[in-house]
Design a protein around this ligand. Structure first.
Ligand SMILES: [Zn+2]
Length: 613
């Protein structure tokens, strides 16, 4: 019996096209008869309603070529009535639950509590962060990466809020909404009522309202489902759970799935929001939270086999033939070995994106800094993206790592250059921390203790030296004339820092701020104009989620291409804030031409796209 479930909702603004993946095939539109739309339907005012529905009910023929050797739901006969459609998506939901049962993807939830600012509307007052692995099997259990932090966070919640509040924020709760109902999703427990047709992105959907039957028990899904009209899979769930047990409370959720492998739509993003700021409302609780799921395809045979194998054979021996390495050469090879070990380990643990497009953009910026400063290192500097939200950078060997969340919120290329310059300075100054990871025993740890076993924090003296050097590098660079923007970004960060302790808590590198005061690149913080929320053209920092999108199946990261959305009030700026998700859905293999996703709700202003200066 699940009596205490905790729900959160999610939505997303990143559109994940499956474009990068091999096209399965074009779905052959088997001309089946359309489902009987009239049955139980409202008069649908949707544009799509008038069109005849091509209803190719069967899955693409070559589904067996999925990255997975998973059995697919058996191709069903074309549905002829809405009853058939309901039976099909129920069946496919069970198929999805079964297919994912052995997966342990990474789940990240970032939550901002809100308070009302008369000028800016609801703004973050404090934040919380969870990162863990979710066991998609029957017993849902999130192993938190952040065990220590979790404890203190729970203590905080216990001390500061009423009892039931604590329960709601249990990390476990954030994993429930990946499915409508994990155990009893069937006609015995639910009523399904067809509403209309509707497009989500490129995908035409049938929309159903779902209500639990009278005696279905507590914590049942109540809300709306979107079911795509070719394979009849659920692609979006929006609603809550009902009825709530005593002393408990369910969040509202908006849960999105992406067609990342043939035949399956995989839970990817969940947005949740609670709070009522209307006059007279008692806003006991107000928050918004994004949950992201990724790392479905991390290679791990069974759950007990948590130690990742180390492979050092990829490290090439660069010493000249027939000679021992000189002491300096030996030192460099040693450092590279450590660097490769760490990078490989972080990719294997699902924390670092595989090499990809975003790296090339970051590398361009680093190159700009290097060339204009005549920096010539024995080994090239590489850049990689940490897949998590907290704002952080670190370097190991000659690899600079920057978090997804940080790339998201940086307003322009000069600000990106500034944060990269700090790490480049560490490399130039020889502040190498990682060499101990050349010892392979140090790589033998389970994924959920990654943060306890890896760390790249510099002593304060090195931090200071790196900031100083970074300033020097920037002043010689093409970004010298744009450092006012960096100053503005740092001011915006300072303005929000006291409320965003979790976003500013780093897990591998040095933090940008300590005790609510921004310390990174402090010399630049005085540059530029004063922060002014009323100036709509002053964009000091962006919301989270607007720049980098991650493929939840293979962890590949790419830059989002969003059309700029005009900012019409100070409330549109939402610096460092969580926003709903609204991915542009597309079918597996069909995403290629739809690169631009004008669906973001985020303020994505003047994206002087990094790399294209
Ligand atoms: Zn540093």
């Amino acid at each position: 019996m699940r009596t205490t479930n905790w729900m959160v909702t999610a939505a997303l603004l990143v559109s994940l096209s499956a474009a990068a993946q091999q096209a399965a095939n074009s779905q052959s539109p088997a001309p089946a008869s359309a489902p009987d739309v009239s049955q139980g339907s409202q008069s649908s005012q949707q544009t799509a309603a008038a069109q005849p529905a091509p209803a190719p009910a069967s899955q693409p023929a070559d589904v067996q070529s999925a990255p997975e050797a998973q059995p697919l739901p058996a191709p069903a006969p074309a549905p002829t009535t809405m009853e058939d459609v309901v039976n099909l998506f129920i069946q496919h939901e069970h198929g999805l639950i079964k297919m994912l049962a052995k997966r342990t993807p990474i789940v990240e939830t970032y939550l901002q509590n809100l308070t009302l600012d008369p000028q800016l509307g609801p703004v973050p007052s404090e934040d919380h962060y969870f990162l863990g692995r979710m066991d998609m099997g029957e017993t849902i259990d999130r192993k938190d990466y952040l065990k220590e932090e979790e404890k203190s966070m729970q203590q905080r919640l216990m001390g500061g809020f009423q009892r039931l509040y604590k329960v709601q924020y249990q990390p476990l709760g954030f994993s429930w909404m990946v499915y409508a109902d994990r155990t009893d999703f069937d006609r015995n427990h639910y009523e399904f009522r067809y509403v209309r047709r509707e497009f989500l992105g490129d995908v035409r959907c049938l929309v159903f309202d779902v209500t639990p039957k009278k005696d279905a028990g507590r914590g049942r899904f109540l809300g709306r489902l979107w079911v795509e009209d070719q394979g009849y899979n659920i692609v979006r769930l929006n609603g809550t759970y009902y009825p709530a047990p005593r002393n408990s409370y369910f969040f509202h959720m908006d849960s999105w799935r992406l067609n990342l492998i043939p035949g399956y739509w995989v839970p990817s993003f969940i947005y949740s929001e609670e709070g009522d700021f209307s006059a007279g409302a008692k806003n006991k609780m107000a928050f918004k939270a994004q949950t992201r799921i990724w790392g479905y395809d991390l290679k791990r045979g069974n759950k007990d086999d948590e130690l990742t194998q180390i492979r050092v054979d990829s490290v090439t021996d660069e010493t000249p033939a027939n000679q021992d390495a000189s002491p300096l050469q030996a030192e460099r090879v040693w450092q590279q070995q450590a660097e490769d070990n760490v990078v490989e380990r972080l990719v294997g643990g699902g924390l670092l994106a595989p090499e990809g497009d975003v790296d090339r953009i970051l590398q361009t910026v680093v190159n700009n800094l290097e060339v204009t400063n005549n920096i010539d290192l024995p080994r090239p500097v590489r850049t990689r993206v940490l897949l998590t939200s907290p704002l952080e950078t670190f370097s190991v060997g000659n690899t600079i790592v920057i978090s997804r969340g940080l790339v998201d919120v940086l307003p322009d290329e000069a600000s990106l250059a500034a944060v990269l310059a700090h790490e480049l300075a560490h490399i130039v100054l020889g502040h190498n921390l990682g060499s101990k990871y050349a010892f392979n025993d140090r790589m033998l740890f389970s994924d959920d203790t990654t943060y306890q076993n890896l760390g790249f924090r510099h002593i304060p003296e090195e931090e200071e030296a790196a900031d100083k050097k970074a300033l020097e590098l920037l002043k010689n660079s093409p970004y010298a004339q744009k450092l006012e923007n960096v100053g503005l970004f740092l001011k915006a960060l300072q303005a929000r820092a006291p409320a965003l302790g979790a976003l500013l808590t780093t897990h591998l590198g040095n933090p940008f701020a300590s005790n609510g005061t921004v310390t990174r690149l402090a010399a630049l913080a005085t540059q530029g104009p004063a922060l002014d929320n009323t100036k709509l053209d002053q964009i000091a920092a962006l919301p989270l989620g607007g720049r980098v999108k991650v493929n939840p199946w293979d962890d590949k990261a790419e830059m989002v291409k969003t059309a700029p959305v005009a900012i019409t009030s100070a409330r549109d700026k939402m610096p460092f804030e969580v926003t709903p998700f609204f991915p542009r859905l597309s079918r597996y293999g069909a995403g290629a031409p739809t690169a631009a996703a004008p669906t973001t709700t985020a303020a994505a202003p003047n994206p002087s796209t990094p790399g294209s200066n």
